[in-house]
Design a protein around this ligand. Sequence first.
Ligand SMILES: NC(=O)c1ccc[n+]([C@@H]2O[C@H](COP(=O)([O-])OP(=O)(O)OC[C@H]3O[C@@H](n4cnc5c(N)ncnc54)[C@H](O)[C@@H]3O)[C@@H](O)[C@H]2O)c1
Length: 324
Amino acid sequence: MGRYLVTGAAGFIASRVSQMLMDDGHSVVGVDNMNDAYDPRMKEYRLARLVKQEQFDFVKMDIADKDAAFKLIDKGPYDAVINLAARAGVRQSVENPWVYVDTNVTGTLNMLETAIRSGTKKFILASTSSIYGSNPPIPTPETASSDHPLQPYSATKKGAEALCHSYHYLHNLDVTVFRYFTVYGPAARPDMVMFRFAQWISEGREVRVNGDGTQSRGFTYVDDIARGTILGLKPVGYEIINLGGHQVITINDLIAKVEKLVGRKANVVYQDRHPADVMENSANVEKAMSMLGWAPKVSLEEGIPNLVNWYLAERSWVSQILTP
Ligand SMILES: NC(=O)c1ccc[n+]([C@@H]2O[C@H](COP(=O)([O-])OP(=O)(O)OC[C@H]3O[C@@H](n4cnc5c(N)ncnc54)[C@H](O)[C@@H]3O)[C@@H](O)[C@H]2O)c1
C-alpha cells in the first residue's frame, strides 16, 4: 500500500483526497498550518475526522518554512507528494499578495525539493482555472493562453506550474498539474459562494451578490475533483490537466435552487462587480478523459442538495462560521 504526503490536508479538497486515499488502504502524512484565511473551525472540523484514523499522520507546519519542510524528507520517500496547500481566493490576493507568494511559490518550491531529496518520483500540484485570464474560449481547454494572469493568486499559480516544469526537466520528476474549476460540496470553503448562500439563506441573512448575478460558473463536485486528483498519480511525464464540472449555472439560478432546498426566500443585495471576477468559466475536460479516463459524475441536482443537507445537519455550529 502507498504512502502519500498531502499538503493542505485540513483544507476542503485535500481532506477529501486524503480520505479517499485512506479508503483505498494507503497511508497519508498530512500537512497544514491551519491559518485563518477563512474561519479555522472549518479546518478543525475536517481535520478531526482524519486524525481519528491510524493511517493518518498530521504535521502542523508552514510549507513556506524551508527548515520545517525539510523535516518531511526523513518521513519519505513517498509514493507521491500531493501539493494542494495554497492561499486560495482571487480577491484576497489583491489585498495581501505577499502571503500568496510565500505559500504558492516558495511553498511549492520547498515541496519540490522535499520530493527530490526524499527520493519521491511523483508530484501533483493544484493549479486553477483563474490562470486563463479574462477572455478564454468557453469551455476552456488547457491550450488556452495562461500568460496574462489577472490577479496575484493566478500569477503565483503560474509561477508554481513553471517551477514544477523546471523540476521535471532537471530531475525527471513526474508531474501532474491540475487546473481545478470552482469546487463545491459538503464542508466547502466558507469564502466561496455555495457555502455562503447555504448559510445566508438558511439564517435569513443578506445574500450579497457581486454584479447582477448573471455570471456563470462550471461548478465541480469535490468527490469528482478528489477522484480525478488520485487518477493523476499515474506517470504522465509533465502534464497540465483541467478538472471541471459538466454543468454551468448562473449565480441567480444557484440562489433559486438553494432557496428551494432550504424552503426560504433569499434577501438578495446586488453589489458592484469585482474587477477580479470573470463573467463565465467552464472547463473543456477532454484531456482528463483521454489521459486519465476521468469525467465528472456528480450533477448539480445531486451535489447542491448534498451541500445544503450537510449544512442543515451541522447547522448548530456551521451557522456561526464567519462569512464576512
Ligand atoms: N476550491 C476551489 O474551487 C479551487 C479552485 C481552483 C484551485 N483550487 C486549488 O486547490 C487547492 C485546494 O483548495 P481548497 O479549496 O481546498 O482550499 P483550502 O483553503 O480549503 O485548503 C488549503 C489548505 O492549505 C492550508 N495552507 C495554506 N497555506 C499553507 C502553508 N503555507 N503551509 C501549510 N498549509 C497551508 C490551509 O490552511 C488550508 O487548510 C489550492 O491549491 C487551491 O488553490 C481550489
